[in-house]
Design a protein around this ligand. Structure first.
Ligand code: HEM
Length: 487
């Protein structure tokens, strides 16, 4: 359609006018973002300030992002900007409110779950954790000790961690420790889905469309997904059974579960719906298994790769557990300095979550290196840069438990910079459970068995990719030849 009156002596169409308006809008928004936004003075690439597609490109395109971005000059500037978030590369101890779920909602949900993961609750459920480590040891003894075949140790630890978190939290074990060769289809699918995390975060519509499709189409588009859906259905069924057990704590499962606690809490009814609880369960199961597997993979590799560390650990364990097959008590293990130092160092070099975790200061202006960051802007930090800060952790790529064995003040200072569990109101909910599992696993496995690495090198403990969770260069992890200690 032509407009009747000419513009600058030319006839223009509605389409041309719209294109002109769009162009002006783009120029206006871009100029504002790059030159006038409150973040415009912060150093960093202008393209990142211009559009969040910049972030999308680096998150989604990369298969070895961590190593490459660590070297990229854009990230060696202290602050990286895009239109409304900052990623700070360097040390920082400011705590922010996360942007992922509304603060108030997160607070009430977290309040309901906190007691379930308290130290006293871990002590109460310690026998269930021990049961899983005993199962792990007996499968290893039966199938690997006399057979001269390699044990895929990292895989076995993944099964242990998943069985612990599901039994502990939901009162249901899926018996991954009994899978032949510790090969769990579910872990493989979860691992595959982890690889899609950036795409799903940047384009959440994909997840919505996928979950609205019929099951056969989902399976056709994403083979293996049916395993994850079936598992979710199993969890939903478990929630129903717990909900149907008339409120008696542990009456259905034999012990307390997060479901019984949530159902009996004063959370609003909407928070107690089966769908919501099943979603919470999926988050807890994946948060509580992959992270343990990663940390213990790093620990096992470095212990076995370094005879001095290996011998020192075994000596400490033998002193406190003279009988090889004794079941340790948690407080006994917590008092072991060398074992504790190994776990600290493994957490540092497995990072927890490697992606920058966005936080928003709700009302205060944050001062960072002379820049004022206004309230409402997300600020992201990632543990990788913090854990490789040479000023805090000299020779930061080396696995040195000794750095955690200085005097109490020095160790406390270091602990402040070990952010594998994150910090603040969103820090890891399962931290106490995680420590208990790691103490038990390392103490039991290294006290009972002699191991040597089999076709495994440093690549299994070398960070390669940021898929929110860390992915190492060699994803098979630690493999060992194993036999029972003589005494
Ligand atoms: C070595 C083991 C573990 C590490 C390094 C770890 C690390 C983390 C980190 C860094 C976060 C914060 C993520 C963010 O800022 O967005 C987190 C959150 C969380 N973790 Fe862990 N985690 C571990 C084990 C566990 C275990 C065993 C559980 C068991 C239930 C668990 C449950 C959770 C949950 C539910 C959250 C979300 C908390 C919230 O949003 O309030 N984690 N974890």
């Amino acid at each position: 359609m032509e407009l009747p009156s000419p513009l600058f002596g030319q006839d223009v169409s509605v389409l041309q006018i719209l294109a002109g308006v769009l162009l002006l809008w783009i120029i206006g928004v871009s100029t504002n973002r790059v030159y006038f936004s409150p973040l415009s003075k912060v150093p960093g690439p202008k393209l990142a300030a211009l559009t969040s597609w910049y972030e999308f490109y680096y998150d989604v395109r990369s298969t070895s992002m961590i190593q490459s971005t660590m070297r990229r000059s854009i990230l060696t500037t202290s602050i990286w900007t895009n239109s409304n978030t900052l990623a700070i590369v360097g040390e920082n101890r400011v705590q922010f409110k996360a942007v992922t779920a509304p603060h108030a909602l997160h607070k009430i949900r977290r309040k309901a779950l906190n007691p379930f993961f308290s130290k006293s609750q871990i002590s109460a459920l310690w026998p269930y954790i021990v049961e899983k480590s005993e199962r792990l040891c007996s499968v290893v003894e039966e199938s690997y000790c006399d057979d001269a075949k390699p044990l895929y140790l990292t895989r076995a630890i993944g099964c242990f961690a998943l069985d612990v978190v599901t039994e502990y939290s939901f009162g249901k074990t899926f018996n991954h420790l009994d899978k032949p060769g510790f090969e769990s289809e579910l872990i493989t699918v979860l691992d595959y889905l982890t690889g899609k995390v950036h795409l799903m975060t940047h384009l959440p519509i994909i997840r919505k469309v996928m979950s609205a499709l019929p099951k056969f189409m989902q399976e056709a588009l994403q083979p293996g997904l049916v395993v994850a859906y079936d598992w979710n259905a199993g969890i939903a069924e478990q929630v129903r059974l717990v909900a149907g057990s008339h409120g008696e704590k542990g009456s259905y499962t034999g012990h307390r579960t997060i479901f019984s606690d949530i159902l009996e809490s004063d959370l609003p009814d909407a928070e107690k719906e089966i769908q919501r609880l099943s979603e919470e369960a999926s988050i807890i199961a994946s948060a509580g298994s992959d992270t343990i597997k990663n940390a213990m993979n790093v620990a096992c590799f470095h212990i076995l790769n370094n005879p001095t560390i290996h011998e020192a650990l075994v000596a400490e364990l033998v002193a406190v557990l003279p009988d090889r097959d004794t079941t340790p008590v948690l407080s006994q293990l917590e008092a072991l300095p060398y074992l504790t130092a190994i776990i600290q160092e493994s957490l540092r070099l497995s990072y927890g979550v490697v992606q920058r975790s966005p936080r928003v200061s709700p009302s205060q202006v944050i001062q960072y290196k002379g820049f004022a960051i206004p309230p409402g802007y997300a600020v992201g930090m990632d543990p990788v840069h913090m854990h490789h800060n040479e000023g805090v952790f000299p020779d930061s790529y080396a696995f040195q438990p000794g750095r955690w064995l200085g005097d109490a003040a020095a160790t406390r200072r270091l602990q402040r910079y070990n952010v594998a569990f994150s910090r603040g109101t969103r820090q890891c909910l399962g931290m106490n459970l995680a420590w208990a599992e790691m103490y038990l696993l390392l103490a039991t496995v290294f006290r009972r068995f002699e191991m040597r690495l089999w076709e495994t090198d440093g690549r299994c403990a070398e960070l390669e990719t940021d898929f929110f969770l860390p992915r190492m260069s060699d994803r098979e992890g630690v493999k060992v030849m194993i036999k029972k200690r003589e005494k």
